[in-house]
Design a protein around this ligand. Structure first.
Ligand code: SF4
Length: 209
């Protein structure tokens, strides 16, 4: 299938079904995307949104977060899981970046505490840099479709970069995530409602899910 068509079909389906990924506030600054992504690890979207809202209503920059007491950050982000670990990470990141230019490369982002490839790529893609963030949705759906055959998200990232032209990289994550939140669910994917049913290598293998 044409890569653009694939992205468009997934986006259309996710938007039609109000996928949470498309409800995010696009007026956020990159540092806010970084903090929100750190908050989102192993946490539901609603709790991430609540904790992010608490943080961003209190702190208007990383410099301000660097000045905050750890227990205040903990209190603000308490809706998310592992909030004590995440509070320490957020404060450490803010202290490292205090007074500095926000990172613009994957190397700089990966050097920050607790920041892995997925988070770094989400931030870079948001900044309009060429990056594909592979999270659990992207990894699962790409393998189900059969466009990749990979074990690890890093391998999926490499393969997807070969499949999708660079001008589409920034749309891949949200297209796959929205599709994964609404149609190609982790369990019991809605194959009978899926527009990719005829193309997908797993569409008739529901028993395998
Ligand atoms: S046919 Fe089923 S497994 Fe394949 S992409 Fe659609 S929902 Fe996912």
């Amino acid at each position: 299938m044409d890569p653009l068509k694939l992205v468009e079909l997934m986006e259309e389906e996710g938007k039609k079904r109000n996928a949470p990924v498309f409800l995010h506030n696009s007026s956020l600054e990159p540092w806010q995307i970084l903090i929100a992504t750190v908050l989102s690890a192993r946490t539901r979207d609603e709790q991430t949104a609540k904790a992010s809202e608490n943080m961003f209503s209190k702190a208007k920059s990383l410099d301000e977060i660097a000045e905050m007491e750890l227990d205040e950050i903990e209190r603000l982000i308490k809706p998310v899981g592992f909030y004590k670990v995440k509070a320490k990470r957020i404060k450490a990141i803010a202290e490292i970046l205090k007074g500095k230019k926000f990172p613009e490369t994957i190397e700089e982002l990966l050097a920050l505490p607790g920041v892995g490839r997925k988070t770094a790529n989400i931030v870079l893609a948001y900044m309009g840099k060429p990056a594909i963030a592979v999270d659990t949705h992207v990894h699962r759906i790409a393998n189900r479709l059969g466009i990749v055959n990979t074990k690890k998200p890093e391998q999926t990232e490499e393969e997807l970069k070969k499949i999708f032209p660079v001008e589409l990289w920034g749309r891949v994550n949200s297209a796959f995530v929205g599709f994964g939140q609404t149609v190609c669910l982790p369990r019991n994917p809605k194959c009978d409602e899926c527009p990719l049913n005829g193309f997908c290598k797993s569409s008739n293998l529901k028993k395998d899910f």
